[in-house]
Design a binder for this molecule. Structure first.
Ligand code: SAM
Ligand code: SF4
Length: 331
């Protein structure tokens, strides 16, 4: 049971922090950023030491799980330094990362040695040309080699994440589940969220609900709702005869805000209280005006919780209300 000291005005206990360590990326996924994306100047990005300071304050306040994400977290120089320091924080149960997989062949073993226990790898397609269309990079083979590398290492859990866009990759959901099972990985299908303006497709037109995907998968596998809860937005299903699970993250069709246990630190040091709202607290200015004051940092984190909204209001028929992209958010 979590002993977090972070409780929001709606009584939700916050014991999970996601940290975006960079807004930069070696891919340009069509649903996440434009080809000509502009990135924050380096001086505006938290240093790795500052990131570790924030992580340490959260853990002191009862946070038990930290996920490192981005942008692409593994392109940040010296990221292993920060991972080792965070993994060693007394009281932290789990350090996990979300990655596009491009660096896993090279870094898989080092990540394991640094203390990362679970990895989520984004993979939306198994077709090379389609991969290039969706990520704007011809790197499917590199990602597949990375997946092979980590699947041989004793991580506690490996999971694939696939954003499904109707008419673009929904015909691959069965192949992706088969691929996950063959590599002893779980898989989650994600509904696209309206974060940032994109030019590649009309989000309302490609929307396909998790329920539709579930129904299709049930023609092939016997799926039953799992007891497992990650305290997160995924609903998981057991696959009869297999030890892997299929999950669905459904911000549109199944609002998960009532059980939200998380906050996000952006690469520029803003503590975002909700993925779908702009409520935030600028922790960078606290860190830079009072560099060694851990008590002040902790108090600023506690104070920020009054800003956590009750829920998000995503609407695909409107212009995106949230102008920041997922890459800038710590998705
Ligand atoms: N670069 C890493 C990766 O791709 O896994 C980590 C950061 S990425 C922003 C984290 C996750 O957000 C990925 O699984 C990606 O597919 C997902 N994502 C990005 N933009 C999204 C959007 N608009 N809606 C839903 N998921 C999105
Ligand atoms: Fe990069 Fe991840 Fe965004 Fe794709 S989803 S552009 S890999 S940050």
């Amino acid at each position: 049971m979590s002993d977090s000291k972070l409780i929001d005005p709606f009584g939700r206990k916050i014991d999970y922090l996601r940290i975006s360590v960079t807004d930069r990326c070696d891919f340009r996924c069509t649903y996440c950023m434009d080809e000509n994306a502009t990135f924050l100047p380096r001086r505006d990005i938290l240093s790795l030491e500052e990131i570790v300071q924030v992580a340490s304050s959260f853990v002191a306040l009862g946070t038990r799980k930290i996920r490192i994400t981005g942008g692409e977290p593994l392109v940040r120089k010296d990221i292993l330094f920060a991972l080792k320091q965070i993994a060693a924080l007394p009281g932290l149960d789990e350090l996990t990362i979300t990655t596009n997989g491009s660096q896993l062949e090279k870094m898989g073993q080092q990540l394991y040695d640094a203390g990362v226990s679970r990895i989520n790898i984004s993979l939306d397609t198994l077709k090379r040309e389609r991969f290039e269309e969706l990520t704007r990079r011809d790197k499917l083979d590199q990602v597949l080699r990375g997946i092979k590398t980590v699947s041989k290492l004793p991580f506690k859990q490996l999971k694939l994440n696939a954003v499904i866009l109707g008419g673009h990759n929904d015909d691959e959901i069965e192949d992706l589940v088969e691929f996950a099972i063959a590599h002893k990985m779980d898989i989650s299908f994600i509904e696209e969220m309206p974060l940032g303006q994109i030019s590649h497709h009309d989000r309302a037109k490609v929307y396909i609900s998790s329920d539709e995907l579930l129904e299709r998968l049930q023609h092939r596998w016997q799926l039953s709702l799992s007891e497992r809860s990650t305290g997160g937005p995924s609903r998981y299903y057991d696959i009869a005869g297999e030890s892997q699970q299929v999950g669905f993250i459904s911000p549109h069709s199944h609002n998960f805000c009532s059980t939200c246990n998380r906050v996000r630190l952006t690469a520029e040091g803003r503590l975002l209280l909700c993925l779908g709202n702009e409520h935030s607290k600028d922790l960078k200015s606290v860190l830079r005006t009072h560099p060694d004051d851990a008590d002040l940092l902790q108090q600023s984190i506690i104070d920020s919780l009054v800003l956590k909204p009750e829920k998000h209001h995503f609407n695909l028929d409107e212009e995106p209300q949230i102008l920041r992209f997922m890459s800038a958010t710590g998705g």
